[in-house]
Structures are given as structure tokens and as C-alpha cells.
Write a protein that binds this ligand. Structure first.
Ligand code: PGA
Length: 254
């Protein structure tokens, strides 16, 4: 996962079926010859199969915005990993702050989702991040530690290569505000340290929260930033393409 810079478009609950599929095809055509970057997309559940079809034969990978922690059963409203694979998914996002804060997902539940997906060979993007109050009170590391504890405890070393962490300060998501490079560096280093007892090398760590073509090059200059999880700027082809072009211009990942 770490050989190329990773740009993941989190399309959240935006884009209808035809818009999502058209954007997936544009990205598929554009992404054919990327050298230093990989572009992944996470459309909403009903559009996964059509987007995977549109991206077929291209390097674009399609993934889900969540995945159930059990194989099947009475879990109304959840989507099974087997169904996701049937739709052509290669990865899933888990623990996005909108799931944690709006739907009450706990660090333990997020870790169960992650472990189930990793054991079934799905790549996982695990999101962590502090709220504005925690940021103000200097509790960023404590918040990250709390979200990561069950994840690191349960992580099997043999699956660690399929895990990518996204550091997403809640106060930066969709707000136009974002941390200083020093703050991003501090958080990424702290995240890497949490995994040190399970992994020889730190996991792939993305930054997420108000990434735009204006600030991306600056953010990519931070050590331990392996790419970005992008919401709003991934919904328009021109903006997503601009982000990918910036990553390409930055050359090989160090
Ligand atoms: P944003 O969203 O880029 O619109 O801030 C990021 C995310 O929620 O993953």
C-alpha cells in the first residue's frame, strides 16, 4: 500500500447513480498512467457495482464507506463483506468520524469491523481524529490513543499491510480549516508509535480534512503523510484530478 501516494475519494452521501458512475469513468480514463499515485473511490452502497464496472481495467479501486463485523445474519441496515466483494469492492473505510459521532460507533465496534475485513483480505482505511474541544484542550493524542487502543490490541501482524490509517481532525472535516503542518506531523508520528509494538514499519497514514488543490502540496510536504482521504474536493472531476496531478508532481513517495 505504501509504494504509491494514496488519494481516496470519500463520496459520502453525495452523487446519484449516473453522476457517480460518470465520475468513476472519467477518473478511470485519467488514472491509467499514474506513476507515483493511486486513486481510490468510496461511493455510497447502491453505486458500488456500477462504479466498479466503470473502473474495471483501470488502476482505480472501489471501496465501501463501512462494512459489517459479521459475515451475515440479522443485522438490519448493515452490508456484508461478501456482498461488497460481489460488487467489486477492494477496500472499506471504517470509523469515519461521521459514523462515530452521528451513529454512536465505539472504538471497539470500529475495531471489530476492521478485524473482520482484514481477516477476509479486504484493505481497510481506519479513520481517527480529535474533536474541536479535544484539540483546544490539548487532548489530541489522548483522543487518538483511545480510538486506537482496541485497534492495535486486536490487529494481527500478518494483516497489518492491508491497513491504512487516516488522521482526520473532526474540526477540519468540511470546514475549510486544517491543522498546521507541525500538528499533522505530531499526530502522524503519534499514530505510527501506537502501532510500533505490532508492526516493524509504520502503517500507511493519510491526512484528511478540507484537503484542496490549494493546500495539498503543502500538506504532502509533511513526513509520514502517505496521501489523503478527500471528501468535498473528490466530488468534482477537475478538483480530484488537480489533487492527483499535485501528487504526481511531488514525485516518488519517500
Ligand atoms: P472533506 O472531508 O475533505 O470534505 O473535509 C474529508 C472526510 O470526511 O473524509
Amino acid at each position: 500500500m505504501k509504494s504509491k501516494r494514496l488519494l481516496v475519494g470519500n463520496w459520502k452521501m453525495y452523487l446519484g447513480s449516473s453522476e457517480a458512475t460518470a465520475l468513476a469513468s472519467q477518473l478511470a480514463t485519467f488514472s491509467k498512467d499514474l506513476k507515483h499515485s493511486a486513486a481510490w473511490i468510496a461511493p455510497s452502497f447502491p453505486h458500488l457495482a456500477s462504479c466498479a464496472q466503470a473502473a474495471k481495467g483501470s488502476p482505480i479501486q472501489v471501496g465501501a464507506q463501512n462494512v459489517c463485523w459479521e459475515a451475515n445474519g440479522a443485522f438490519t441496515g448493515e452490508v456484508s463483506l461478501a456482498s461488497l466483494k460481489e460488487c467489486g469492492c477492494n477496500f472499506a473505510i471504517v470509523g469515519h468520524s461521521e459514523r462515530r459521532l452521528l451513529c454512536g460507533e465505539t472504538p471497539e465496534l470500529v475495531a471489530r469491523r476492521m478485524n473482520f475485513a482484514l481477516q477476509s483480505n479486504l484493505q481497510v482505511i481506519l479513520c481517527v481524529g480529535e474533536t474541536f474541544e479535544q484539540h483546544q484542550d490539548g487532548e489530541t493524542h489522548a483522543a487518538l490513543a483511545e480510538q486506537l487502543a482496541p485497534v492495535v490490541d486486536g490487529l494481527a501482524a500478518e494483516h497489518a499491510d492491508h491497513l491504512c490509517v487516516a488522521y482526520e481532525p473532526v474540526w477540519a472535516i468540511g470546514t475549510g480549516r486544517y491543522p498546521t503542518n507541525q500538528e499533522i506531523r505530531g499526530a502522524h508520528e503519534f499514530i505510527a508509535q501506537q502501532f510500533a509494538r505490532k508492526m516493524k514499519d509504520p502503517p500507511c497514514i493519510l491526512y484528511g480534512g478540507s484537503v484542496t488543490p490549494e493546500n495539498f502540496e503543502h500538506i504532502l510536504g509533511v513526513p509520514l503523510v502517505h496521501g489523503a482521504l478527500v471528501g468535498r474536493a473528490s466530488l468534482k472531476f477537475e478538483q480530484f484530478r488537480a489533487l492527483i496531478e499535485i501528487s504526481e508532481r511531488c514525485g516518488p513517495i519517500l
